[in-house]
Design a protein around this ligand. Structure first.
Ligand SMILES: NC(=O)c1ccc[n+]([C@@H]2O[C@H](COP(=O)([O-])OP(=O)(O)OC[C@H]3O[C@@H](n4cnc5c(N)ncnc54)[C@H](O)[C@@H]3O)[C@@H](O)[C@H]2O)c1
Length: 305
C-alpha cells in the first residue's frame, strides 16, 4: 500500500493495552495504515497483577519487521503521572499525537454481595480513572494541534449487563459518559471521541464464568470473533474519512459492525401541579411494556449463594 492510500499516514497513535488481545491488533492495524504507534502495555495478568513479561516489545518488533514505526511503553494508564509519560513518549519520539485508543483493561469479577472494595476500586482505577488520565494527557496536545481522535473500549457488559461484573459494568458505563463529555467539550477544537463495544476472542472473554453445560457452545461462538474486526473499525474511526463522527457507540462482532442507540425518554406522563407518590404508584406499573428488561443474562455464574 502506498502512503497516499494509507488511512492514517502521518498520524501518531497511542494504543493502551497494546501488547495483547484487541490492543495488539489495533496497534498492528494502525501501523499498517501508516500511523507511528506507541504500544503501551504493563504486561499485567488479567486481574491486573504484575507479571515479568513485556508484550509491548513483541508488538513493536512485529510492527518494525513489517516496515512500520513503533515504540514501546510499559507505564501504567492507572496513575496520573505515568499516563502523562505514555503520551509524552509519543511526543518525544514522533513529535505529536493524533490518536488515543483507551483499551487497557483488567477484570476482577465477583457476584455483587461478595465484591470487595479492592476489587471494585482496581477495575475503576484502570478503566475509568486510567481512561480519564490518558484522555486528559492527550487533550493538551490535541488542543494545541487543533485536532485529535479518541477511541475508548466500552463493553456490552456495561451497556446491557452481565452477572458478577458490577465493578466492570460501572467502569464501562463511566467510559461512555467520559467519551460523550470529550465529544462535547472538545468539539470546538476539532477533537472527536467514540466508543467501541468489542466482541473478541481474547483471554478476557474466555475467562468469563459460564455454566459448565454452556462452555463448549460459548467457546465455539466466540472463536468466530476475531479481534481484527475491532482493529479495522478503530482505524476507520480515526481516519479523516470519519472526521464528522463523534459521541457515538459502535459495536463489532465477527463480520458485523453496529451502532448503539443512546438513552432518550421512551414514555412520559404529565400531571398539572406535579405527581404525588400515590398517583405514580398507580401509573408506573402500567408502563411495563416500555421498561428495559433487567438483562438478558448471557453468561451465568455456576453457583450464586
Ligand atoms: N474481548 C472482548 O470481547 C471485550 C469485550 C468488551 C470489552 N473489551 C475491552 O477491550 C479492551 C481489551 O480487552 P482484551 O480482551 O484485549 O483483554 P486482554 O486482557 O487480552 O488485553 C488487555 C491488555 O491491557 C493491559 N493492561 C492491563 N492493565 C494495564 C495498565 N494499567 N496499563 C497498561 N496496560 C494495561 C494488559 O497487560 C493486557 O495486555 C478492554 O478494555 C476490555 O475491557 C473486550
Amino acid at each position: 500500500m502506498s502512503s497516499s492510500e494509507q488511512l492514517l499516514a502521518g498520524k501518531v497513535a497511542v494504543v493502551t493495552g497494546g501488547g495483547r488481545g484487541i490492543g495488539r491488533e489495533v496497534a498492528l492495524a494502525m501501523a499498517a495504515q501508516g500511523a507511528s504507534v506507541v504500544v503501551n502495555d504493563v504486561g499485567a495478568a488479567l486481574s491486573g497483577a504484575a507479571e515479568e513479561v513485556r508484550p509491548a516489545d513483541e508488538v513493536v518488533a512485529e510492527i518494525q519487521a513489517a516496515g512500520g514505526q513503533a515504540v514501546a511503553s510499559t507505564d501504567s494508564v492507572a496513575q496520573w503521572d505515568s499516563a502523562q509519560r505514555i503520551v509524552q513518549t509519543a511526543v518525544d519520539t514522533f513529535g505529536r499525537v493524533d490518536i488515543l485508543v483507551n483499551n487497557a483493561g483488567i477484570l476482577r469479577d465477583n457476584i455483587f454481595h461478595k465484591m470487595q472494595p479492592e476489587e471494585f476500586e482496581a477495575v475503576i482505577q484502570v478503566h475509568l480513572l486510567g481512561g480519564f488520565y490518558m484522555s486528559r494527557a492527550a487533550a493538551e496536545h490535541f488542543r494545541r494541534q487543533e485536532g485529535g481522535s479518541y477511541v475508548h473500549m466500552t463493553s456490552t457488559a456495561g451497556l446491557i449487563g452481565n452477572v458478577g461484573q458490577a465493578n466492570y459494568m460501572a467502569a464501562k458505563m463511566g467510559i461512555v459518559g467520559l467519551s460523550r463529555a470529550l465529544s462535547q467539550d472538545l468539539q470546538r477544537f476539532n477533537i472527536r471521541s467514540n466508543c467501541i463495544a468489542p466482541f473478541a476472542d481474547t483471554r478476557m472473554t474466555r475467562s468469563v464464568v459460564v455454566k459448565e453445560a454452556l462452555r463448549e457452545a460459548r467457546d465455539k461462538r466466540i472463536s468466530a470473533w476475531r479481534p481484527q474486526g475491532i482493529a479495522e473499525l478503530s482505524v476507520a474511526l480515526c481516519s479523516d474519512a470519519c472526521k464528522d463522527i463523534s459521541g457515538q457507540i459502535f459495536g463489532a462482532r465477527g463480520g458485523e459492525v453496529f451502532v448503539f442507540s443512546q438513552p432518550r425518554p421512551v414514555r412520559s406522563v404529565h400531571k398539572d401541579g406535579g405527581w404525588t407518590a400515590e398517583g405514580l404508584s398507580k401509573v408506573l406499573p402500567k408502563f411495563q411494556s416500555v421498561y428495559a428488561p433487567v438483562s438478558e443474562i448471557v453468561m451465568t455464574w455456576d453457583s450464586i449463594e
